[in-house]
Design a protein around this ligand. Structure first.
Ligand code: HEM
Length: 536
């Protein structure tokens, strides 16, 4: 891992980098199509080069008209109302539907308002269309319960096409029924609290190394890209067993370019972002396959233990019972999905927490008290333990309230495998259903005065009823990484508040959803180390 020792300003905002790439892409994609009248041939000009396709304009027009008619016919067949009582709302133009509208509101961080507006206009069940798939939006506490507990033969899991193509068809989020249970069981065997207890020290070391590398000696840092680096480092160590060095740097590069196109249109042409993501994903697969082979050999030679890291754990899972064994493809696809699921979500939470602690003095003072108490009971070089984390109750309530108000995931999709009735409406097979976190989190019947930041909501004796706080989802697909997220968040906040003071240094910091929230300016802060001398 490179250390930018001379720089006083750590963490380039990824978004700026992306913008540069985008601009480059725009230039490269400056392709124009023209018709050469003399030869009646269509030619494609790319800068100065001309490539004759050898197809007459007439042929092309007939072909295009035929395709358009076919697509429109299929679309109408799929969305035909007939005698069915379909939910209200427009499906928009064939194929396009509301895709660009939703992309636009996500880019300006208005997706929540967009969904609220739909609800006001059409009620609790409405339809629209995304990338050619008719989509039903349902929301609220009982809608969440319905989606999270619905028979998997009626509502299956399916992520949007870019995610599916990038992660692979056998990743946990695409699997249903027994396959999902088997793969989830294997993943949970690594992510369950009893297992993660033994990794608290390892996470602690990663956080200290990271602060040493990027925060100590700096006066200003960009929080968002640096939180991504931190969560990546932790995942890299625990999931892949890859420590700092060239291999981790290669992994980081691949994962970053792979994740670039998660919410872009799945158009695989040489100049598209999606194309580059697919290429990075292919390279990453080779890297993970190499790791699987290495770990398998180490296990056979008895020089690795099954709990060494996530990948070794997944390989070992079916050793005594082949019925729960995972194929290499499932291990690769699910490792990529877990990496994506855990990387941006936790980094978003940490970024919002740093922002909150830079603005809310009362929350900051309470958190400080909790962590100073723990720090006092340890020497500087002693690692945090599972018991220390149990004392950070207030900090976790603050994190939960942050997740309520700023859920990293807007919601997610389910695929309709069998037609069903919901609230008097028919939801046809082949459509998809989307649920939204914020609609329940901002419901004043569940969370009174919902726009007020109030961590005490999560400190009460009576827990919040099921399907009301859904930042981690619910039912059999509830986030299996919530304990992992809790540990990395608490460890990081402990070292941030006990070793640094900071103040936000921006006047405007717009947020986009891509699909996770991104602080477009990276969220710069000015930092100052506290008196504690670090010994490590
Ligand atoms: C603040 C942090 C996190 C949040 C808010 C979050 C949120 C969610 C949500 C809402 C779902 C359910 C999606 C659905 O129902 O379709 C989910 C699923 C999932 N999450 Fe997380 N997550 C977080 C951290 C993590 C971490 C750290 C990991 C891994 C180490 C992880 C791994 C997964 C996996 C594998 C699934 C799919 C589960 C399945 O399909 O059975 N998440 N997450």
């Amino acid at each position: 891992m490179q250390r930018t020792t001379n720089s006083r300003y750590h963490g380039q905002p990824e978004t700026l980098e992306n913008e540069r790439i985008n601009r480059k892409e725009c230039r490269v994609s400056n392709v124009t199509t023209r018709t050469d009248r003399a030869t009646n041939r269509t030619a494609v000009c790319h800068h100065s080069s001309k490539i004759s396709l050898g197809v007459s304009t007439m042929d092309l027009t007939i072909c295009l008209t035929f395709c358009l008619l076919l697509v429109s016919f299929l679309y109408l067949a799929l969305t035909r109302k007939g005698s069915k009582n379909l939910p209200p709302g427009s499906l928009g133009f064939p194929l396009i539907g509301q895709s660009f509208e939703l992309l636009r509101v996500m880019q300006t961080n208005k997706a929540e308002q967009w969904l609220q507006e739909r609800s006001r206009k059409y009620g609790p069940v409405s339809k629209f269309s995304l990338l050619g798939t008719p989509t039903v939006f349902i929301h609220g506490h009982s809608a969440n319960k319905f989606i999270f507990t619905c028979d998997a033969n009626v509502l299956g899991n399916q992520q949007p096409a870019p995610f599916r193509k990038i992660c692979g068809e056998r990743n946990i989020m695409e699997l249903t029924g027994d396959d999902h249970k088997r793969v989830r069981g294997a993943i949970v065997s690594f992510l369950k609290p009893e297992m993660l207890k033994q990794y608290v020290g390892k996470m602690d070391e990663e956080v200290r190394d990271y602060l040493e590398m990027y925060w100590h000696g700096a006066q200003k840092v960009m929080v968002m890209p640096l939180m991504k680096t931190l969560t990546f480092n932790i995942m890299s160590s625990l999931l892949f067993g890859i420590e700092q060095g060239e291999r981790r740097n290669n992994l980081l590069e691949l994962i970053r370019s792979m994740m670039n196109a998660l919410s872009s249109l799945p158009i695989n042409l040489p100049f598209t972002r999606f194309h580059h993501s697919l290429k990075a994903s292919a390279k990453l697969r080779t890297l993970i396959q190499d790791l699987i082979n290495e770990r398998r050999a180490a296990l056979e030679q008895g020089i690795a233990i099954p709990n060494r890291d996530f990948i070794t754990c997944l390989i070992s899972i079916g050793k005594n019972d082949p019925s729960i064994c995972m194929s290499d493809e499932e291990i690769i696809d699910s490792t990529i999905a877990v990496m994506i699921a855990g990387h941006d979500t936790s980094s978003v939470l940490l970024t919002f927490l740093v922002k909150l602690l830079g603005t809310d003095q009362s929350v900051y003072a309470n958190i400080m008290r909790e962590h100073e108490e723990i720090a006092k009971s340890k020497t500087l070089e002693e690692l945090l333990t599972w018991d220390d984390l149990a004392k950070m109750k207030y900090t976790w309530s603050v994190a939960m309230e942050t997740l309520r108000m700023n859920p990293p995931l807007l919601g997610s999709f389910r695929k309709v495998l069998k037609e069903f009735q919901y609230e008097g409406y028919t939801i046809p097979k082949g459509w998809q259903v989307i649920w939204a976190t914020n609609m329940t989190h901002m419901d004043e019947r569940i969370f009174p005065d919902p726009t007020k930041f109030d961590p005490s909501r999560f400190e009460k004796q009576t827990p919040i009823p099921p399907y009301c706080f859904v930042a981690f989802g619910g039912g059999p697909r509830i986030c299996p990484g919530n304990e992992f997220a809790r540990i990395e968040t608490l460890v990081t906040i402990h070292y941030l508040v006990t070793r640094f003071r900071w103040k936000l240094c921006y006047s405007d910091n717009p947020i986009s959803r891509m699909p996770f929230p991104v602080f477009r300016n990276g969220m710069p802060i000015e930092i100052e180390p506290k008196d504690t001398v670090r010994i490590h």
